[in-house]
Design a protein around this ligand. Structure first.
Ligand SMILES: NC(=O)c1ccc[n+]([C@@H]2O[C@H](COP(=O)([O-])OP(=O)(O)OC[C@H]3O[C@@H](n4cnc5c(N)ncnc54)[C@H](OP(=O)(O)O)[C@@H]3O)[C@@H](O)[C@H]2O)c1
Length: 327
């Protein structure tokens, strides 16, 4: 099959279209003829050699895909050859064929085409896991999500709105601020112009936010301790700004805060199956009704994966960048 290969190392590493052996599904897996995959920030790190695939996973980049089932393993039930599906992958999305554990696969609702569906699993499931399962964000409460214009940010806005949670986001440009507000964010803060803790203090009447979903890390730690309410939860899903920072333990104690670190990719297939079941139980109706859909910045053919990575690296996108594998 055709698949993306990494050529070179570190900052010089580039993506080129090459060939790889066809994957063979295990008994609990489905084989997907990939129609499209999508770029996630973690893919950029993997290209540079900073985020290797977990043991047993495909070494090919790509954390999600959508396509049509070509074959099912002997123990798979609930899926059949020809089904339109979208899947969370531990790797292998940037290719014509991908294997996925059946527990990580969802049927594509009628309102999504396969290009849109390819951009759904990774960010929606990450937001569900962290905002709802781990941080238990309450209806009527406030959540702060950084990178409002990112894949994660745009998915978080949709899920939080659907759940009746008020959502504040940060963005690096006025255009992204406007677009996040159009998507339904209650508050969008341009971090180049305003300090988010002060804005949030005012917006919440001095109470603070219930939950922070953080992909920035070190530079925002003090601000997060300041803007979380008593009993608030901070979940780190990324450390784009740095990994080392002093922690004011007195504030953690006094405010009775919970600090959570979280990754999705390295979880077991059983945990991911549980996550997908939980997501569909809570949000399946909203997904089927068309109230949850990924925001697609643009689609590029798989052969232009390097260009797609450079675009995401510059944060020039709003929502997700999709790679189409077959028309
Ligand atoms: N732990 C997990 O399981 C997991 C799973 C999925 C994703 N993630 C993490 O979640 C983050 C987002 O992923 P993604 O794929 O959605 O990324 P993405 O689409 O590439 O977006 C990253 C965004 O971060 C924003 N940003 C950069 N510096 C910022 C700052 N100082 N303050 C606020 N925003 C800033 C950029 O937008 P601006 O133009 O607004 O700066 C950019 O849109 C990444 O760190 C990724 O690794 C973690």
């Amino acid at each position: 099959m055709r698949a993306i290969e990494v050529q070179g190392k570190g900052k010089e590493a580039t993506l080129v279209l090459g060939a790889a052996p066809d994957p063979v599904p295990g008994p609990n897996e489905v084989l997907i003829e990939v129609a499209a995959t999508a770029v996630n920030r973690a893919d950029l790190m993997q290209r540079r050699g900073l985020y290797p695939a977990p043991p047993g996973a495909s070494p090919i980049i790509g954390l999600e895909c959508a396509g049509v089932i070509a074959a099912c393993g002997s123990k798979v039930s609930g899926f059949a050859r020809g089904d339109r599906v979208m899947a969370l992958l531990a790797g292998g999305g940037y290719a014509e064929l991908a294997c996925a554990d059946a527990g990580s696969v969802m049927h594509v609702p009628a309102h999504l085409d396969l290009t849109q569906a390819a951009a759904f699993p990774e960010t929606y499931l990450t937001c569900f896991l962290n905002l709802f399962q781990l941080a238990a964000v309450p209806q009527g409460g406030w959540a702060l999500v950084h990178g409002g214009g990112s894949g994660i940010g745009t998915s978080a806005i949709a899920l939080l709105r659907e759940a009746g949670v008020r959502v504040a986001v940060t963005c690096g440009s006025r255009d992204k601020v406007d677009r996040c507000l159009q998507l339904g964010a209650d508050l969008a803060i341009n971090y180049r112009e305003q300090e988010f803790p002060a804005v949030l203090r005012e917006a919440t009447g001095g109470e603070g936010v219930d939950v922070v979903l953080d992909s920035i890390g070190a530079p925002y730690l003090a601000g997060h301790l300041e803007c979380l309410r008593i009993g608030g939860r901070l979940v780190w899903i990324g450390l784009m700004g740095g990994a080392e920072a002093p922690l004011a333990l007195g504030t953690v104690l006094r405010k009775r805060l919970t600090l959570i670190g979280s990754t999705l990719r390295a979880r077991s297939v059983a945990e991911k199956a549980e996550l997908v079941r939980g997501f569909l139980a809570r949000f399946g109706k909203a997904l089927d009704a068309g109230r949850l859909a990924p925001i697609i910045d643009r689609s590029l053919p798989l052969a232009r994966a390097q260009e797609a990575h450079e675009l995401v690296d510059r944060s020039d996108h709003f929502g997700k960048v999709v790679l189409t594998v077959r028309e």
